[in-house]
Design a protein around this ligand. Structure first.
Ligand code: PA5
Length: 445
């Protein structure tokens, strides 16, 4: 099971202070588990792995098999925020680093759209689509978000033009609300297969619903193994204890924030496959805790690359941050550094060593240097980066997020601040109904 180690915070935090936050986190744990806290109508994510009907998994796998039979080699997954980052992070974490360049293709390539409004991005996506056999998964819980709606209008027209309207209905799957939203109405009219985003699961907690599972399965990954890891975490994390990893993590990050003024948490990885886990984590914690004028700002670095860019700041810049290091015990592939008789690069001291050993020493050395530089260290570790352990890790971060946000005293499950930019954008785009807002915003330009 995943472990959380807070030894790297001991030089900074008095034991009694930490214990006080463990108590606060245990109280917050009770709030989460009693399901009586703020936002308690959004707790469906807690039991997805045990309550997911088998028929949904069969349906997902059936669609992927049918698409494979049609020779589909490109799946465009359209969505933004929680309707995108979960699938993206799992696919990146489990994919071969050079999957795009390798010739062996045993599953379609999954690419993402609707997570930006770049015209160039969509034009270039159409360049790719013209060379491939295409299907599309369109995801929007509300069914009204502008970015995915714009991308979907373009991709839908492309698919209908290339394959005909009838075949388009075999190649487009929508994942949205059970009853409401423009995407629901459109899907019903066009006869698309639809999956429901449960009412009680918010976007950033939806990776283990069809929102995440369909694109992940389409990319060829084992969603049942992923859910097995979630199930394990669900069971372990439900036990109330000061040693519960979610309690430890929530207690320490709140203690560092409130007692030491550490306002920035940097999620650190030493494996490029984890880059998007950090992006997913930033949304999860940023949207769940950043409200009511409080919250830790979630940031991330990809090491060792970023030790040569952000390393200087983390070592010696403004002392506002702590780090949470994602540690993976074992690499799944081996590369050993050979001895070289000439030793011109003077690396023979590493002869016979695994590259991952060097990676671990870089990680350890960095951690000690950052402690010396005044940056407390939390470690979250898993044995290896496979589907099961990844499922465990993502569920851990979700559960810990609930505990942590309640410890901080905010509602983890709303995101009222996301609406402000939308209102301005609609006013500037002169959307019907926004006439007054349009006048007001134009007067400010
Ligand atoms: O976590 C959230 O709720 C948000 O990030 C949403 O996922 C995001 O805004 C996309 O919303 P929707 O799925 O309704 O298009």
């Amino acid at each position: 099971m995943l472990k959380v180690n807070v030894k790297g915070c001991e030089p900074f935090v008095e034991a009694a202070k930490y214990e006080a936050y463990v108590q606060k986190a245990l109280d917050a744990f009770d709030v989460l588990q009693s399901e009586k806290g703020a936002g308690n109508d959004f707790l469906g994510w807690k039991h997805l792995s045990t309550e997911m009907p088998e028929s949904i998994l069969d349906d997902i796998e059936g669609i992927c098999a049918r698409w494979k039979n049609k020779g589909i080699d490109l799946v465009i997954a359209i969505g933004i925020g929680g309707s995108y980052l979960g699938a993206k992070c799992v696919i990146e974490a489990l994919s071969h680093n050079f999957a795009k360049q390798l010739k062996r293709k045993d599953a379609p390539e999954v690419v993402f759209a609707g997570n930006n409004l770049s015209e160039e991005y969509l034009a270039e996506l159409m360049d790719l689509a013209s060379e491939r056999n295409v299907a599309c998964i369109v995801i929007s819980k509300s069914g009204t978000t502008t970015e995915p709606a714009v991308a979907f209008r373009i991709v839908k027209q492309f698919i209908e033009t290339h394959y005909g309207k009838k075949e388009a209905a075999q190649r487009i799957v929508a994942i949205t609300d059970a009853r409401k939203g423009a995407l629901k109405t459109l899907s019903d009219q066009e006869g698309y297969k639809t999956f429901v985003v449960p009412d009680n699961v918010g976007g950033r907690f939806s990776v283990f619903t069809p929102v995440g599972l369909l694109p992940i399965a389409a990319a060829g990954f084992d969603i049942r193994a992923l859910l097995e890891g979630v199930k394990k975490a669900e069971k372990t994390l439900a036990v109330k204890s000061p040693d519960n990893p979610a309690v430890v993590y929530a207690a320490m990050r709140n203690c560092l924030f409130s007692e030491l003024g550490k306002k920035v948490e940097i999620l650190v990885n030493y494996n490029p496959k984890l880059t998007y886990v950090a992006e997913w984590w930033k949304q999860l914690y940023g949207e769940s805790e950043g409200k009511d004028g409080t919250g830790i700002f979630p940031a991330s670095v990809n090491n060792t690359a970023d030790l040569h860019s952000m390393g200087q700041f983390i070592q010696e810049g403004t002392r506002v941050m702590f780090e949470t290091v994602l540690h993976v015990d074992n690499a799944q592939r081996n590369v050993v550094i050979d001895s070289d008789p000439q030793n011109l690069d003077q690396l023979n001291f590493l002869s016979g060593k695994h590259v991952e050993h060097c990676n671990h020493m870089a990680e350890l050395g960095t951690r000690i240097a950052h402690i010396d530089g005044g940056v407390p260290q939390i470690e979250v570790s898993i044995e290896t980066l496979d589907a099961k352990r990844l499922g465990t890790m993502l569920y851990f971060f979700e559960f810990a997020c609930g505990v942590s946000a309640y410890t901080l005293g905010v509602n983890p499950f709303n995101q009222p601040g996301v609406e402000a930019y939308k209102k301005n954008m609609f006013a500037l785009l002169e959307k019907p109904g926004y006439e007054e807002a349009t006048k007001a915003i134009k007067a400010r330009l």
